[in-house]
Design a protein around this ligand. Structure first.
Ligand code: F6R
Length: 369
């Protein structure tokens, strides 16, 4: 049951540190070696893969978009990510060298199921990332890596999304391991940082009161925009999706670099714009670009809600509202950056009088095409 929480969604948001820890449990050893024998993909398939294709819907698709950055960076394999509903109607190029990853919380989403059937018919090897034991998608796949989020009751996906990300990172690192990619300092760091994520999430959850206050103050608005770059772009899409489905508001996510190609025309006095800021360490080019995007929209009247790493002094002066998240490697940042967006959408929906666990017109598993 709800264990004292006002909604299943709030409960499931709070369960994320544990969901992530459970999904990591027993899958990485102390030396940073990935232990994924349970997945049963034959080693020759892993070695001979020449392309990865991720198919999924909705929030699971956003996990796939983030996975692409990790898979390509760590394995040097080309990775495509596609909405399952588009993939199956477009004659995709698939063969024995294609590893298809089908991501689904429920394991019953019809479009994802049809996409994986099509992929298998073409000779591709299909690995499911799924949260529901024995559901149709893992049963019909060649292999499965289960996320251990526990049952997700609220219609809007929260803890399943974070564990899908963890599963994608594990698969990416495991592919890299099998393909003999050099496990340089970066990968070693990532493996140990992953172990620290549950603690980071606890800290994020403890600092959410200002996010809730902000959400309540925006309840009368019609539109919220979300901007990000690199892995922050899919996080922006996810933030917008949460707000649409829960608060029934017009919400859109954009790649910040696309602003000047159109969306900047939407910026108006007082328009709330949530911006995901990559770490100022590492790829600082990305950071500097987004700081200038924030300046551009602010100069045009936007009310900036900035999600940035703790101690990021360069961005602070341009934030009307600053939400700080812990320092983690850029590729892992979606794990900590998504939580404030979930809390934001949940609180805004509640302030607007909506039922957060059962948004109108939506079903938890979409078993029709
Ligand atoms: C959004 C949401 C949906 C699902 C999508 C896929 O919060 O819950 O977008 O992510 O319907 O569902 P699964 O993962 O069960 O295939």
């Amino acid at each position: 049951e709800k264990s004292g929480y006002a909604s299943f969604m709030l409960k499931e948001i709070a369960e994320q540190p544990k969901a992530v820890a459970d999904t990591l449990l027993g899958r990485v050893d102390e030396s940073g070696t990935l232990l994924l024998d349970e997945v049963r993909v034959p080693p020759e398939v892993l070695r001979e893969t020449s392309k990865v294709v991720v198919v999924a819907c909705g929030t699971a698709f956003h996990a796939g978009l983030i996975a692409k950055y990790a898979i390509e960076h760590w394995t040097r394999l080309p990775c495509e990510v596609e909405l399952a509903s588009e993939f199956r109607y477009r004659d995709p190029i698939l063969d024995h060298g294609t590893l298809v990853i089908a991501i689904s919380q429920s394991g019953e989403t019809m479009d994802t199921l049809m996409a994986l059937r099509h992929a298998r018919e073409q000779g591709a090897h299909v690995l499911a990332i799924c949260n529901t034991n024995g559901s149709t998608i893992p049963r019909e796949s060649d292999a499965v890596l289960y996320t251990h989020a526990g049952p997700e009751v609220a219609v809007a996906s929260t803890k399943a999304f974070l564990t899908q990300l963890v599963a994608c990172y594990l698969v990416a690192l495991w592919l890299a391991q099998h393909r003999g990619e050099k496990f340089g300092d970066e990968i070693g760091e990532v493996v140990s940082e992953l172990a620290g994520i549950p603690g980071d999430l606890e800290r994020v959850l403890e600092t959410m009161e200002p996010v809730r206050e902000l959400a309540r103050s925006l309840a009368g608005h019609d539109t919220v925009l979300f901007l990000g770059r690199h892995v922050g772009y899919p996080v922006a899409l996810e933030g917008a999706l949460k707000l649409k489905e829960l608060a029934y508001m017009h919400a859109e996510g954009f790649a910040a670099g696309e602003l000047k190609h159109g969306p900047i025309a939407l910026i108006d006095q007082g328009l709330p714009v949530v911006v995901l800021v990559p770490s100022p360490r590492g790829r600082s080019v990305l950071h500097d670009k987004i700081v200038s995007n924030i300046q551009e929209i602010r100069a045009r009247g936007a009310r900036t809600v900035v999600i940035a790493e703790e101690g990021d002094e360069a961005v602070a002066p341009y934030a009307d509202h600053l939400i700080e998240i812990p320092e983690v490697p850029t590729l892992l940042q979606p794990l900590v950056a998504t939580v404030p967006l979930q809390v934001f959408a949940c609180e805004l929906a509640t302030a607007r009088g909506n039922e957060v666990d059962q948004p109108r017109n939506l079903a938890k598993s979409v078993t029709v095409e």
